[in-house]
Ligand binder design. Sequence first.
Ligand SMILES: Nc1ncnc2c1ncn2[C@@H]1O[C@H](COP(=O)(O)OP(=O)(O)OP(=O)(O)O)[C@@H](O)[C@H]1O
Ligand SMILES: [Mg+2]
Length: 460
Amino acid sequence: MVIKEMGGKTMKAMVVFAFCIEYIKDRVMERLSQAIHGLDDNDVHWVVTVPAIWNDQARQFMIEASEKASIGKDNLTLALEPEGAAMYCKYLAMDKKEHGDETELKAFDENARFMVVDLGGGTIDITVSEVLSTGQLREIYNATGGPWGGNYINDQIIKNLKEVIGWTVMGKLRSDDFDEYLELLRDVEQRKRSVNYDSELSIKISKDLLTKIEIPDAYKLDVQKEKKSIKLSASLMKKIFSSSVDSMMKHVEGLLEMKETREVSTILLVGGYAASDFVQRAFREKFHKKYRIIFPLTPDMIVLKGAVIIGQLVEAIVGRMAKYHYGFGLSTTAVSGRVISIGEGEEKTFFSLIKKGQKIKVGDVVTEYEVRLKAKSKWANLEVYTTDEEEPQRVIDEEHFTKVGSINVKLPQFKKESILVLTISYDETEFKVVATDRNTGRCFVGNCRFLEKEIKPSSD
Ligand SMILES: Nc1ncnc2c1ncn2[C@@H]1O[C@H](COP(=O)(O)OP(=O)(O)OP(=O)(O)O)[C@@H](O)[C@H]1O
Ligand SMILES: [Mg+2]
């Protein structure tokens, strides 16, 4: 994958991401080293947060970018952003509970279900989690909303400015004085943040540009020229924010009507855009009767703070849902129950191991199977495939399936059949299949990575 810079040049995304991670890492290490004498790379564990909706390839991409930035796999945890948010909030003291003389401060009750709404720059991401009796969290549902994040507001403001200033004038500003254009974008971002329900928005405009502006009739009520700026009326600002907030509210309302969210008691708003007065008002108005709504003081920092907690307790999050079906692709002559006869046929059949939507545990054995393998050859190659389909079809083809790895299993030569115990475990970085031969005790390990590249299977 390549990324285009504004001037049109392209660069490999991997290089850009690795460079960014390395930059941050170096800065942090520099600062930490000033405080902690003798600190070295291995003393620091890194947590990279990713959106919950990212697929395994995207996650794998971040892992490799981190590796390129010299963050080894052992020092790296990938955390899902809503999990970070939920984790932080679980640590927040929210409820005051009286027990005789003692007052206990507790964020969530056991089995409480809560919804995290992450309002970032791009999309809004929603996750529902449950607090287990062990204090751990389990994800119940996740979804992503439309592109109604904070950047949408900026785009709308700019769009209105373009209508007022003129698209050609703005285009010319962009091509002739890019610095000034960037300054304008920055000013929009800065000032937008302090817009309240009833406030206007003034955007700094250079004198030179101001002289060229003739406010069109359609905008006379809502836009005014001032000495050094252009002022957008409170009602125009309301309209702009509503275009994002209304869609957001409809979406959340819909989600709260689903059966998965029925027991949700708390809504937690995180992400920079959650600091907006418009957003907070809308949530309060619509949901405060039925739900407890939490607006953290620094919403844009919550994911990061939660990620730090996750880094300390990597085991904190138990349940996640598989995003795909995972299974073996086998050239079988017959599958009956758990007995698989491997043949030489061209056609590969999908033998499901983990179902899409199935709860899987991080860092733990997901499932254990016993299969009897019958094959004529010395080695059996078990290929692991994923598919995004709701109901996987029986026969594997390129269109619907992706190969993510394989294991080579050596079959005993004296017996016709070998009994394999398959254990499948899943952690942040990979999905591991171990086939143990029941008779010989021999283990065969296959690692499945989620990028195209295939890892050679090993046996020991
Ligand atoms: N007070 C505020 N009012 C309105 N919007 C705000 C405010 N503070 C921050 N934002 C917006 O929040 C967004 C950034 O939020 P955040 O830092 O959570 O995003 P991100 O995690 O980088 O983005 P994403 O989650 O989409 O990848 C920006 O669009 C910013 O303009
Ligand atoms: Mg975010």
